[in-house]
Design a protein around this ligand. Structure first.
Ligand code: NAD
Length: 496
């Protein structure tokens, strides 16, 4: 019998019968490992009603109590991190080391949220005018929706959920329908940590669930992460309905390699950032920009390393790259290899037949050289193990290429020249920049976000901007009579 994965509403699994369900695969075998319930309008209403009902109590729960629950969750997550990593690998396919890395980055955000008492402090100005004090307070928004993509089923929900909860909001989380189990595991751990019922709910499904959250008047804000077309749609529809929205989209991340770079380090970085998690990372390097004259040498070093990469079941500790998430995604990614060849790019390593048995969604690491900006392998976010090398004649040409791209999530420069790196960080139109670091995902006490078509809205995710997103500020201007009141006088005389 196939396992069933269902919603988590009001502190327990949903007991109804779903009218629609989706298949959840084991990407390494191609087998259906479970079916996940898809929410209809009724379940959206149930989840939001549970979160709305829980809000007044949670908002008024003391900071000390809220923070203790966050610390307890942190301990449980740290203790169970391998279990969560195994769940991620079984539905996403990434190797266990990648899945464990994802949980580690998630933990950073939980730890940040444990600082809520400090983060929620307001300001106080005594005697702004004579006898008048002015102070600010930060309050939660109410029910917030978190909608996450398939590629980080544990980390992306935990970019948002801990901060939202610590700030006093209640949450409806709608994870990707492709790998839904991590979200339920997280909700159960929160319940074990003492989070009251209804404060965190998980709603599974597709566009119907997303639209339901975007249209529901009691949902005050939406944090979304996914592809650019859907991010734009969510941003426009959500803000049109008067909600606060941050919507993070897709990417095409360039790694610029200057001639003075350490080419071995650059090749290592290109391979780990290009093919880690099978390229299914929004911060994956998908374009290497080789600045003349080092192109041939760099391509040769990258090729050597790619040929040594071990592709296999993510549960096997020997594997360095797992399968793609679904058969449909594998076909889409493979179609770009055909397109690149047809458009005249030079196929240096062809991953279309990685030589693995079984029904897994396999695609080997693939490298194109002499890619030009008009080719679809360059223009489109492929989101798979296909790396393109573009040759640039000098630094200015490389910079112009990066800045002309409509995505602006992450980028990196590899160089031994501090002046060139400093110029790049100043001139590049991208939200997250690495200097000799290929995947510059900010630590949890900074904030994560791209520019241009990689983010809609003005708040980046997690860290200070994330906390800001989940609160609204109020400023109080107050005047009290300066003479002690009779009661205060009586109290001081009685020694209270
Ligand atoms: P996706 O856009 O297909 O799905 C994201 C979420 O939106 C899922 O929960 C999905 O159920 C929902 N959704 C899908 N189609 C919808 C529709 N028509 N209407 C409303 N909701 C819909 O993205 P994905 O394939 O799950 O994830 C990969 C994408 O996410 C890539 O483009 C990647 O770059 C991006 N991503 C971005 C970041 C970032 O921080 N910028 C991080 C991770 C992933």
């Amino acid at each position: 019998m196939t396992n069933r994965i269902s919603h988590w509403i009001d502190g327990k699994p949903w007991a109804g019968v779903a009218q629609r369900t989706g298949e959840v695969f084991d990407p390494a075998t191609g087998e259906v490992r479970a079916r996940v319930d898809f929410a209809g309008a009724g379940q959206v209403a149930e989840a939001v009603a549970a979160a709305s009902a829980a809000f007044p109590g949670w908002r008024d729960t003391s900071l000390a109590a809220r923070t203790r629950i966050m610390f307890a969750f942190r301990e449980l997550l740290a203790a169970r991190k391998d279990d969560l990593a195994r769940i991620v690998t079984s539905e996403h396919g990434k190797v266990l080391a990648d899945a464990a890395g994802e949980v580690g980055r998630a933990l950073e955000n939980v730890e940040y949220a444990c600082g809520a008492p400090q983060l929620l402090k307001g300001g106080y100005s005594e005697n702004a005018s004579r006898g008048v004090d002015v102070y600010s307070i930060a309050q939660p928004l109410g029910v917030v929706g978190v909608i996450s993509p398939f590629n980080f089923p544990a980390m992306v929900p935990l970019w948002f959920v801990p901060n939202a909860l610590a700030a006093g909001n209640t949450v409806v989380l709608k994870p990707s329908e492709k790998d839904p189990s991590a979200a339920n595991f997280i909700a159960e751990l929160f319940a074990e940590a003492g989070l009251p019922s209804g404060v965190l709910n998980v709603l599974h499904g597709d566009k119907v669930a997303v639209d339901g959250l975007l249209e529901h008047p009691d949902v005050k804000a939406i944090s979304f992460v996914g592809s650019t077309p859907i991010a734009r749609y969510v941003y426009e529809k959500g803000t049109g309905a008067g909600k606060r929205v941050q919507a993070l989209g897709g990417a095409k991340n360039h790694m610029v390699v200057l001639p003075d770079a350490d080419l071995d380090a650059a090749a290592d970085a290109a391979v780990s950032a290009g093919f880690g998690s099978a390229g299914e990372r929004c911060m994956a390097v998908s374009v290497v920009v080789a600045v003349d004259p080092i192109g041939d040498e760099l391509v040769s070093k990258i090729t050597d390393r790619m040929r040594a990469l071990r592709v296999g079941d993510g549960r096997d500790p020997e594997s360095e790259m797992g399968p793609l998430v679904t058969a449909a995604h594998r076909e889409r990614v493979a179609s770009y290899i055909d397109a690149g060849l047809a458009e005249g790019a030079e196929l240096v390593v062809d991953g279309r037949d990685p030589g693995l048995d079984g029904g897994g969604f396999w695609l080997g690491p693939t490298l194109f050289d002499r890619v030009r900006p008009e080719m679809s392998v360059y223009t489109d976010e492929i989101f798979g193990p296909v790396l393109s090398v573009v040759r640039a004649e000098d630094y200015d040409a490389a910079l112009a290429l990066v800045n002309a791209n409509h995505y602006g999530n992450g980028t990196a420069i590899f160089t031994g020249d501090g002046g060139a790196a400093r110029r790049f960080q100043n001139e590049v139109e991208v939200g997250m920049v690495g200097v000799n670091v290929p995947i510059p995902v900010p630590v949890g006490y900074y904030s994560f976000g791209g520019w241009k078509d990689s983010l809609f809205g003005d708040s980046h995710a997690y860290g200070p901007e994330g906390f800001h997103f989940f609160t609204r500020r109020k400023v109080v201007t107050s005047r009290w009579p300066s003479a002690p009141s009779p009661q205060a006088g009586a109290a001081s005389q009685s020694g209270v």
